[in-house]
Design a protein around this ligand. Structure first.
Ligand SMILES: [Zn+2]
Ligand SMILES: [Zn+2]
Length: 257
């Protein structure tokens, strides 16, 4: 099992990062991808991945922080992307729910980092909240077809079909275990199994029965179990398929156990 999206680099793991990683290993995880959201957290993800064989890194600037994106940040991301433990550029994208950065600035930073990913030959991890139409438009207009995952999928079934047509993968998070999960149950049944990844987005969005508490990579097994119930499949099957999907998408990723 792979947690394809977590923030072990987040300060909320400052006191027990090593213990959280060990609990993930005990839960059967063979890899965790620590995702950067600004320059400092990208550096932290890279440091952590250099120290732990089964932790990998993604480096990038989140739409919240798009205003901080510029030539100097891009230069540093490009430098980090050459490291063998960096498996993706991310998380990048659009977030029109919070609008912490102005929308045109978010679109520019997204387009620049899509191009950067193409240059360095890495897939991208996309964050998208209440911005699906613009995000698909930007992605399609780029004409790059950069391999990607839309992490923590929150769109409709119709939007999921568009993502699949665009060649995207969908990252399924703990929201799948919530009572109020909108169309997500229908989405995971409608998507071909070779496009599904599982993730925690820890420390956020802890799955039931940990909802409201700090999330951690070990809990990805709960997402796996729920996905298995929704797709009428064995959890072992879902674990195996989502693992091989992650290995195919993140081509630098290697299993250590
Ligand atoms: Zn995100
Ligand atoms: Zn995230």
């Amino acid at each position: 099992m792979i947690d394809s999206h977590c923030h072990l680099n987040h300060e909320q793991f400052a006191d027990d990062r090593a213990a959280a990683i060990n609990r993930a290993r005990a839960a059967g995880l063979t890899a965790m991808i620590a995702i950067g959201f600004d320059l400092a957290s990208s550096e932290a993800a890279l440091r952590l991945s250099s120290a732990e064989a089964d932790v990998w890194a993604a480096v990038g600037v989140h739409p919240h922080d798009a205003s901080t994106y510029g030539p100097e940040v891009e230069r540093r991301l490009r430098e980090m992307a050459a490291h063998p433990k960096v498996v993706a550029i991310g998380e990048i994208g659009l977030d029109y729910h919070y609008n912490h950065s102005p929308q045109p600035v978010q679109r520019d930073a997204f387009a620049s980092q899509l191009a950067l990913a193409r240059d360095v030959g890495l897939p991208v991890v996309i964050h998208c909240r209440e911005a699906h139409d613009d995000l698909f438009a930007e992605y399609e207009q780029s004409g790059l077809g950069t391999p990607c995952v839309m992490h923590c999928w929150s769109g409709s079934v119709a939007q999921a079909h568009r993502a699949i047509e665009d060649g995207m993968h969908l990252g399924i998070a703990g929201v799948l275990t919530f009572k109020k999960r909108g169309e997500l149950g229908d989405v995971v049944r409608a998507v071909p199994e070779d496009r599904l990844l599982i993730e925690t987005d820890a420390p956020y969005l802890a799955p039931v029965p940990h909802r409201g508490k700090r999330n951690e990579p070990a809990y990805v097994s709960l997402v796996c179990a729920q996905l298995a119930r929704d797709r009428d499949a064995a959890p072992e099957h879902i674990a195996r398929v989502t693992t091989s999907n992650a290995l195919r998408l993140f081509s630098r990723l290697r299993m250590t156990a």
